[in-house]
Every structure is written in C-alpha cells, then in structure tokens.
Design a protein around this ligand. Structure first.
Ligand SMILES: CC(C)(COP(=O)(O)OP(=O)(O)OC[C@H]1O[C@@H](n2cnc3c(N)ncnc32)[C@H](O)[C@@H]1OP(=O)(O)O)[C@@H](O)C(=O)NCCC(=O)NCCS
Length: 237
C-alpha cells in the first residue's frame, strides 16, 4: 500500500516463507487480536499506554511506515508499531518502539528480531539517532530479547502512581456521566483510519491507471507510426 508520498518506498523482506512488510487495513483485526492476547493487564509494557483499537488505528493512520507485520502462510504472526519522538530542547530525534508482539506459537524463531531490525532501518531513514523501548520490569522475556538485540537499560525510570478514584472531584465528575463514550470513539477512529487508507489507495490506483493508459497510448502512437500504411481496397476482393 502507498501513502501517496512518492519518496516513500515500501520495504519488504522475505526469508524462509516469513515476510516482514508494512501493515495494511486488512491486517488490523488480526494485529489487534494478537495484541489483546499478548498485552494483558499484567503485561502492558507501561502504565501510561494500553493496547486498544484506538491506539492501533491512530498509529496506523499517522505512522503507517512504522507499523509492520510479520506474515507467515498468509497469517499475521507478529507486529511492531513505532513512532518518532523529538524531545524539546534536544537536537536528537528518537524512534520509539511502542508495541512489539509475536504469536507465542511462533516465539523464539527470530520473528521479533526481524521486526525490530526492519523497524530500526525505517527509524534510521527517518532521522532517528536512538531507539527507545519500555517494558514492564517483570517482563523477563522482553528484557532478555531487547538486551540480545543490543538495547541496554542505562537509564532507569520509576513510575509513581496516585489513585484518583477516591478524589471528590473524580467522583463528582463521574456522577455527571461526563466520560466520553469510548467504544463508539474506537469504532469511529478505526473507520476513519480505514477510510483514509482506502482513499489513499484509490488515489494511488487512479494515478497508476493514468500512467498505464498514458504509456499504452504512447505505445499505440509509436506502433501506428512504425506500421506500414494499410493498402487501399482494390475492388477485386
Ligand atoms: C518479546 C517478544 C517480542 C520476542 O519475540 P520472539 O520472536 O520470540 O524473539 P526472537 O525469536 O527474535 O528472539 C528470541 C530471544 O528473545 C528472548 N526471549 C523470547 N521469548 C522468551 C521467553 N519466553 N523467555 C526468555 N527469553 C525469551 C530470548 O533472549 C531469546 O533468545 P534465545 O531463544 O536464544 O534464548 C515476544 O516474546 C512477545 O511478543 N512477547 C509479548 C509481548 C511483549 O512483551 N512485547 C515487548 C514489549 S512491547
């Protein structure tokens, strides 16, 4: 799929029947379901992000080249979702690997490594000088994985939390029912993302069709110029 940017070349790698490529609309449901299986409440990578369809749709719509899937025998067996970060007051641009997931049945076969390597190439092309990842301190598989992939944890951050559900303002706010209807919002966001990508795809298809028809007209023109003139009817036929 194209994003309409002529500079943007889709990168695909394929080996041993496993393909790493950009995510497409048709992958969203499978990616979302796999993430649901992997990022359970106990295994969210961080406190400040939760895996939901809204988050996926937003990144798919805005950072499509940093949304990747691993496909094996026409099945999504892994995915990576990244974004670029610029820290205020810093000349550095960071690639942030937000979500990385591999089907547990296909674990430890190098799929996570290939997704990360592929995303790293995209980050470099987009100007990143460093990749950031964060994961739960108890997620020993992920920590081992990232260390093997060359990441180190030289800066430790501690999250502190405050439960707001006992706060009178929180209780008052919720009594008035002022919380947005999240599921509806999620559905709208996914539909919007899908519409955006379809519109882009249609435009790209139209452009490609125009180029093809231009080429074939030019070919016909060249062919008729080169062809011998049709003989006039003799009247004996
Ligand atoms: C972390 C994860 C992406 C690794 O994917 P993968 O395809 O299995 O990784 P690779 O095959 O490329 O690398 C394997 C290495 O990762 C580590 N690893 C993967 N699974 C592991 C496990 N269950 N226990 C310990 N280490 C593990 C090891 O270092 C392993 O190397 P080894 O097999 O030689 O010991 C995958 O386990 C996963 O999806 N986990 C759940 C989601 C998650 O925590 N994501 C990361 C934070 S967003």
């Amino acid at each position: 799929m194209t994003d309409g940017n002529p500079q943007h070349k889709q990168r695909r790698t394929s080996s041993g029947g496993l393909e790493i490529r950009e995510m497409e609309i048709g992958d969203l449901a499978a990616v979302y379901e796999l993430g649901e299986e992997l990022f359970t409440a106990e295994r969210w990578p961080t406190l400040y992000r939760t895996w939901d369809a809204y988050e996926l749709a937003v990144h798919f719509a805005s950072d499509s080249e940093m949304c990747l899937v691993a496909e094996y025998q026409e099945r999504v067996v892994g995915f990576a979702v990244g974004t670029m970060l610029e820290k205020r007051g810093s000349a550095w641009t960071y690639g942030h690997l937000l979500w990385l997931g591999v089907d547990p049945n296909a674990g430890r076969k190098g799929i996570g490594g290939r997704l990360t390597a592929h995303l790293q190439e995209v980050f470099i092309e987009l100007g990143a000088r460093m990749i950031l990842v964060d994961t739960d301190a108890d997620n020993t598989a992920a920590i081992s994985f990232f260390k093997r992939a060359g990441f180190d944890d030289d800066s430790a951050h501690v999250y502190l939390s405050k439960n707001l559900t006992y706060d009178p303002q929180y209780i008052e706010f919720h009594k008035k029912g002022r919380v947005a209807d999240r599921p509806g919002g999620v559905r709208r966001a996914i539909r919007r993302a899908a519409e955006l990508r379809l519109a882009e795809q249609r435009q790209a298809d139209l452009k490609a069709a125009e180029v093809r028809s231009g080429d074939s007209k030019a070919d016909k023109g060249r062919a008729s110029a080169a062809a011998p003139a049709k003989p006039a009817k003799s009247g004996h036929e």
